[in-house]
Design a protein around this ligand. Structure first.
Ligand code: IVH
Length: 675
């Protein structure tokens, strides 16, 4: 191939690539595969490297950025870049419409609705079909020359259609998608760089970057929304201008809509508002523009704002407020979840006083300090979160936050494992954890105990009526205490006790799920129930045994073993057993404990146990205890200085054990139970 042929092929390739860029970025309807596109680009690169004399700035290979600049040059805007008046409520929109209707003497004119993306306004100048210069808005009259940076944005055409005017300028919004923003911040967090508060700041920061090679790596995009000026005739309406711009090769927003009247504009606003969360980019409202350009000219500009357009804003999703304190909420699995206590602020139409802070690493990464002015965000139904501090408003009095060393609920030391973001309290008896666990235990997907809400859980735990979830099944013995609680009348107590009784029959998988074992969700609980068929068999399972089940990995297995290792958890299960909660599938092994059916009465003083410890032991092994000897009594344990119970036992001919025999018996049945 000689130089001339190379030149021809280079031109051909560029035209092709420009065309396919247009299909892909502007029309969103590619004609060739990514692979075919990459092949064209690769061929062009090879030729350009052989014939560097033919490389020009408008080549599609030149989107990678160039050497850093010392500073941006200034650009005088031939036509000032205006801003928009805002309408924050319907009345303001109506007032705007009424005012301009008065000025033009009619109210039935068309409008164009466009989503208002929160990014950075730019002006792009083209000469002889080629991208010439790109500038920021600046003060509206003078902006910065960011041509090198804008050239890296794939949806900005470097060459436009033959139909384009000799020279012209278009205006649009450069933005970063939600996904692009999230990824960018993740990357920055990993290398310890400060995070961008929102996609707008990230887009602006990326465009105003002196090193365009950095800009080239940011997933920036653009929507063109208007013409600045043009040499030649321009369509007579905004709607036709948008169509015209698209036909020249510019990316216009597919949500732009021609609206026949104000009512349609309001419907448009509602529609975009509804779609807002689903859009791949952040939108802060809609822009409504008078369609007729002749009418636009008649309406003119006041100050910096054209009368013929208005930004009809959505309720803000972000707001600034002061971070008064960081407090901790202890979760069901013992995680210490920090949350922000805020000076009340309205975000998205709702007053926010608390917001999520995720974990300690997140607080550090975002460098959030107590006393900071922070950005609070509330999107859709999600819990409001603190996005980050407004560092420029710092006074120096802000305090760096440190996670506590002890659990704020129980005072026991907390731990933070290597590689884990969360700090946790490992005390299973921690009141905060028990509270969360009780809520989980009684919830719909778990034991589903009707009438057992959050308030009741708090009351019962506070009053010490229950200490763990096992105690729920003994509330029937505590009717009086229940009745003494706030808002617990006879009827509601009866109803509650009935639902507790009913819950004893829940399927095994629900029981396993209800126990709140870390990493064991309802699906894993199902699998475990099918496999082990009883809680007791699950409790005996070793790590290896658990991991032999296909969907169970080491994380879940470790967590299950650790759960059943804890005495407190074994006690809960024992309590449930005794209360008659179904803890096995039909066809599972029958639950016979070594002392089942034995009623044991203790008389006199024991040396090696307190009375209550001995009784607890008996119950743990399935026996029951009594305070007096009756015909039902099967064993009497005789300690030092026995009372009248011994005589009664003799009368009835009931088996007697001294303390030594009793201890031996416990040991032997315990060993038997463990086998
Ligand atoms: S028109 C003549 N249209 O909003 C009015 N602006 O506050 C000039 N913006 O600086 C702007 N989407 O950054 C217009 N479809 C749209 C827009 C839009 C976003 C931004 C633009 C402008 C600001 C005005």
């Amino acid at each position: 191939m000689d130089e001339q042929q190379a030149r021809k092929r280079i031109d051909e390739l560029r035209e092709k690539i420009h065309y396919h860029n247009y299909r892909y970025y502007v029309l969103d309807s590619p004609e060739i595969s990514d692979f075919e596109y990459d092949q064209l680009l690769a061929e062009l690169r090879t030729l350009e490297s052989k014939y560097p004399q033919f490389i020009t700035l408008d080549s599609p290979t030149q989107r990678v950025g160039a050497a850093p600049l010392e500073a941006f040059g200034a650009v005088e805007h031939r036509v000032p870049m205006l801003s928009l008046a805002n309408a924050f409520a319907e009345e303001e929109l109506l007032a705007w419409h009424k005012r301009i209707s008065g000025l033009v003497g009619r109210n039935d004119f068309e409008l164009v609705g466009e989503p208002k993306i929160d990014g950075l306004a730019v002006a792009l100048t083209y000469e002889k079909r080629r991208f010439q210069k790109g500038a920021t808005r600046g003060d509206g009259f003078r902006g910065e020359d960011v041509s090198q940076n804008l050239r890296t944005i794939r949806s900005i055409p470097l060459v436009v259609s033959h139909e384009a005017p000799e020279s012209f300028e278009v205006r649009g919004e450069v933005y970063l998608s939600r996904v692009g923003f999230k990824k960018l911040n993740e990357e920055r967090g990993e290398v310890g760089l400060p995070l961008f508060a929102n996609p707008r700041n990230a887009a602006a920061g990326s465009v105003r970057q002196l090193d365009s090679r950095i800009t080239a790596r940011r997933p920036l995009d653009i929507y063109i929304y208007g013409l600045g000026w043009a040499e030649g005739t321009v369509p007579p309406t905004q709607w036709e201008v948008l169509e015209y711009l698209q036909s020249l090769g510019f990316r216009t927003n597919p949500l732009n809509t021609l609206l026949s009247c104000l009512e349609k504009a309001e419907e448009y606003y509602d529609r975009v508002a509804e779609e807002r969360e689903k859009l791949p980019y952040e939108v802060d409202g809609v822009v409504l523009k008078v369609n007729s350009r002749e009418m636009q000219d008649r309406l003119g500009v006041v100050g910096r704002e054209p009368r013929w357009a208005v930004a009809y804003k959505f309720p803000a999703v972000q707001a600034h407020t002061r971070l008064l304190d960081i407090q901790i909420n202890v979760g069901r699995t013992g995680t210490l979840n920090p949350f922000a206590v805020l000076e009340p602020v309205t975000v998205g139409g709702v007053t926010v006083q608390r917001a999520a802070l995720h974990n300690e690493d997140d607080i550090k990464r975002k460098d959030i300090r107590i006393g900071d002015t922070v950005i609070v965000q509330r999107a859709g139904d999600v819990i409001p979160e603190v996005v980050g501090p407004v560092s420029s408003l710092r006074t120096g009095k802000e305090k760096v936050y440190r996670m506590p060393d002890v659990c704020p609920s129980c005072g026991k030391r907390v731990i933070k494992l290597e590689g884990e973001a969360m700090t946790r309290c490992t005390n299973v008896a921690c009141p905060a954890q028990v509270f969360e666990l009780v809520k989980h235990f009684v919830s719909r997907g778990a034991m589903d105990i009707d009438g057992f809400g959050e308030k009741l859980a708090a009351l019962l735990l506070e009053a010490g009526v229950i200490e763990d979830v096992g105690d729920i099944y003994y509330l029937k013995d505590r009717r009086e205490q229940l009745l003494s609680l706030e808002r617990m009348a006879e009827k509601s107590v009866s109803k509650l006790l009935l639902s507790i009784e009913k819950s004893k029959d829940r399927p095994l998988s629900r029981v396993i799920f209800a126990l709140g074992i870390r990493h064991v969700g309802s699906e894993t609980a199902d699998i475990l129930a099918q496999h082990y068929r009883s809680i007791d068999d699950l409790a005996q399972a070793s790590n290896e045994d658990l991991m032999s089940i296909p969907t169970i990995g080491p994380r879940i297995a470790d967590s299950i073993v650790a759960f059943f290792d804890l005495d407190a958890n074994r006690t809960v299960i024992e309590k449930m057993h005794r209360a008659g909660v179904k803890l096995a599938l039909k066809g599972g092994r029958p639950q016979v404990l070594p002392l089942s059916g034995e009623e044991i009465v203790i008389t006199g003083r024991l040396e090696s146990f307190s009375r209550s410890m001995a009784e607890a032991k008996i119950k743990e092994l399935g026996g029951s205890t009594g305070s007096s000897v009756t015909k039902k009594t099967t064993i009497v344990v005789v300690g030092a200085d026995p009372g009248s119970k011994l005589e009664r036992a003799r009368e009835l001919g009931i088996k007697q054990l001294n303390e030594r025999d009793f201890v031996d018996m416990l040991d032997s049945v315990e060993r038997g139970a463990g086998q």
